[in-house]
Design a protein around this ligand. Structure first.
Ligand SMILES: Nc1ncnc2c1ncn2[C@@H]1O[C@H](COP(=O)(O)OP(=O)(O)O)[C@@H](O)[C@H]1O
Ligand SMILES: [Mg+2]
Length: 549
């Protein structure tokens, strides 16, 4: 007993900074091996570049260069350059040199959200090759380009700048260029990285993306449209999404003079009427000063208020500050990537989970250049980020795997692509690597609604196409015999003694009559490829071909 206690006393306790944590447990952020780390680095840099462009109404131009450095050593230099809003020089060191420092800790739909991404890459680069990150950036309207080389002091979680400079701009560029040297495995990462860039081009078809690979290839994904969705806007929190700690911070920061004003001004979906009603049912005095709730004797009241806020029927969270892609752009993206026979998309109405608004979009493509497979090819996206790893853990996979495709006249293996895009101010990712989405029931239901809606439309397309094919077969069979029948008819309709060569036009009349007869016996379903094609014309076409042969 005594000895075990003294052993416990010998346990060594110490604190670890968040930077040290991610340097040491890098696989948590997606840096489990050199291949995955290269993929993750490209991803984090590209996502920052896209946030800095389309997130601010700028049509993106993103250049990705991956080069081998140091001969046969497995080191890569990854550089990503954009034409975005740039990083102000005052925060540049921290944005790149302090883990959990971000401009995205607000309620806004962004690709980044943890304030970790680029720093996880920088920590990895520093740990594996000992090279600092190099950042060049210029904000819109600035006359200077600022350059910094830095690494992260992991013990203190602080940037250490090893070199800095500023240059007067002689070009009108604004944007950011980030270069990192990391240990990598290009051969094993190649397929994923190409797929990642391809899928990014699908979800952001208004972007110009260039990828230069260590093999000396240059891949250019030109934009197919300049049309961009409206950028996301920052929202106030919804009362259903607030916890005790958040409420405390809000009460501390508010300028509101009393609780009524506090509720009305600091939250979305709360009007004067609902605020008053809420305060009444939760026995809170509308005239109470917000900061009084923070006194320790009011702890119970505070917790009760959060509970009440969760269950009170406020208006649903607003989805109008989210930035979905829209049905048209999804279809453009899918057409470009797959050249399918059929494509469609749906943007579902905004919904909410735990006070966070979200919108689900689903796209579907069928036939054409798509390769048939046992399972539909699933393209997953969250806030315009393609998700490539952990497919089977993702809520979309669960939904798509559950669909009974037979019920929709789709026989597996089939050439079928399903795209699921979720946008939200808070995507419920399963991990900080942002590779899969948790199965939140509200989300799952919406994804299912979208997938099944498109499956029904696809079923209609397939059945129309089949009826069309059936009708065409019938037309072909009947029409082929019309010239022959016309010749026979003209003979059987007269006694043998008056058989003589046809008068001009006589056989033609019979043919015309037969064409009309066939046309009446066949109905061709309307489809979007052949709106209003006349059966008579098709029959005449077949006859003319028969005569030629
Ligand atoms: N290419 C870029 N253009 C503009 N700002 C950037 C860029 N890259 C990074 N930043 C800034 O640095 C911050 C930190 O980036 P990061 O560590 O990837 O975290 P997150 O993207 O989650 O915020 C971002 O919030 C952004 O303000
Ligand atoms: Mg980021």
């Amino acid at each position: 007993m005594v000895s075990s206690m003294s052993r416990n006393e010998l346990e060594k306790f110490r604190e670890m900074s968040v930077a040290e944590f991610f340097a040491r447990y890098r696989e948590v952020a997606g840096f489990s091996n050199p291949a995955r780390a290269l993929y993750q680095t490209v991803r984090e840099l590209v996502e920052n570049s896209l946030d800095a462009t389309d997130g601010h109404g700028i049509v993106p131009e993103v250049k990705i260069y991956i080069e081998r450095v140091n001969g046969d050593r497995s080191w890569c230099k990854v550089t990503v350059e954009d034409n975005g809003i740039g990083v102000p020089p005052t925060v540049m060191s921290e944005a790149f040199g302090k883990v959990l420092f971000s401009s995205k800790y607000v309620l806004r739909q962004t690709r980044g959200m943890y304030g970790l991404g680029v720093k996880a890459s920088i920590l990895y680069g520093w740990a594996t090759t000992g090279n600092p990150v190099e950042v060049q950036s210029s904000t819109r309207g600035s006359d200077y380009i600022y350059v910094k080389k830095l690494y992260i002091d992991t013990k203190r979680n602080e940037p250490v700048v090893v070199e800095e400079a500023q240059f007067k701009k002689n070009v009108s560029w604004n944007g950011t260029r980030v270069s990192l040297i990391i240990e990598c495995d290009w051969q094993r990462a190649k397929a994923r990285i190409l797929e990642y860039v391809r899928r990014t081009a699908v979800i952001a078809p208004y972007s110009d993306i260039i990828l230069q690979t260590p093999d000396g290839e240059v891949l250019f994904f030109p934009r197919t449209t300049r049309k961009m969705p409206k950028p996301p806007r920052t929202a106030k929190p919804h009362p259903h999404g607030v916890d005790v700690e958040t409420l405390k911070q809000m009460l501390q920061a508010t300028k509101a003079k009393n609780l009524l004003e506090f509720l009305e001004s600091e939250f979305q979906s709360v009007g004067k009427q609902s605020a008053l009603e809420f305060l009444k049912v939760s026995s809170l005095n509308p005239a109470m000063k917000p900061r009084r709730l923070l006194r320790s004797e009011n702890d119970g009241l505070l917790v009760a208020m959060v509970e009440a806020m969760k269950s009170f029927k406020f208006r649903a969270p607003r989805g109008d500050y989210l930035s979905p892609l829209g049905e048209e752009l999804i279809k453009i993206g899918l057409k470009r990537m797959f050249n399918p026979e059929w494509v469609d998309a749906v943007t579902r109405p905004p919904r909410a989970y735990q006070g966070h608004p979200f919108i689900v979009e689903v796209g579907m493509a069928y036939g054409g250049a798509i390769q048939a497979s046992e399972e539909p090819l699933l393209l997953r996206y969250a806030n315009k980020i393609p998700l490539l790893y952990e497919e089977r853990e993702d809520v979309s996979y669960k939904v798509v795997a559950d669909v009974n495709w037979k019920q929709y006249d789709i026989e597996m293996p089939a050439p079928l692509v399903v795209l699921v895009h979720v946008v939200s101010t808070k995507i419920p990712y399963k991990g900080v690597g942002k590779e899969s989405i948790s199965d939140v029931p509200e989300l799952e239901a919406e994804i299912r609604n979208g997938v099944l809606e498109l499956a029904r439309r696809l079923k209609r397309f397939i059945s129309t196409r089949e009826r069309e094919a059936e009708a065409m077969r019938k037309i072909l069979v009947l029409a082929k015999y019309i010239p022959e029948i016309a010749r026979s008819l003209k003979t059987v309709s007269k006694p043998p003694e008056s058989w003589k060569p046809l008068e001009p036009g006589e056989e033609g009349d019979i043919v015309e009559a037969l064409v009309k007869l066939v046309a009446r016996s066949v109905t061709l379903p309307r489809s979007h490829d052949n709106p209003g094609r006349s059966v008579e014309d098709i029959v005449r076409g077949v006859i003319s071909e028969v005569k030629i042969s």
